[in-house]
Unconditional design. Sequence first.
Length: 165
Amino acid sequence: MTAPAIVSFTPGRGMALLEVLMSSFILATGILAVINMQTLAMGTVQTNGYLLQAEWLLNDMLERSKANPTGFIVALSTWPDGRFNARCESPAGCSMAELAAHDLADWQRRLAERLPGGYGEIEPVTIRELPSPATPYRISVRWQGSKNSGRDTQVPVSSGIVVLQ
């Protein structure tokens, strides 16, 4: 009969494996953090691109309304969402009100193309200090929140006030 082997405990045995496991865990945590930061950065870049487009389109509509105030007052009361008119694209031209309605329709089209769920609103506002023939309007641009952020709420991007006389 043979005697059972005596196993002795050595204090340093298996420490290398434990160190490898711990360093692998720390490395994996770091890599996940970097990937998460990259995803958040890409979402921020996308949102900022939408904001830039919205600001550009808002300023474009502010300038168009200041260039044709009489036409915009008529167009906003008659065709608040605008109306496309092919004559406005030709050299023959169209009336000031038709041009303003065409600009409104084209603005809404460009908002929908360049911003996810994008649309614009033009509404009259009250400012007491203005003389009576002046009519102030608030022009605002909205779009759906960034898809990467998980927010699908309507985000007011920007707004401006134009006074038409």
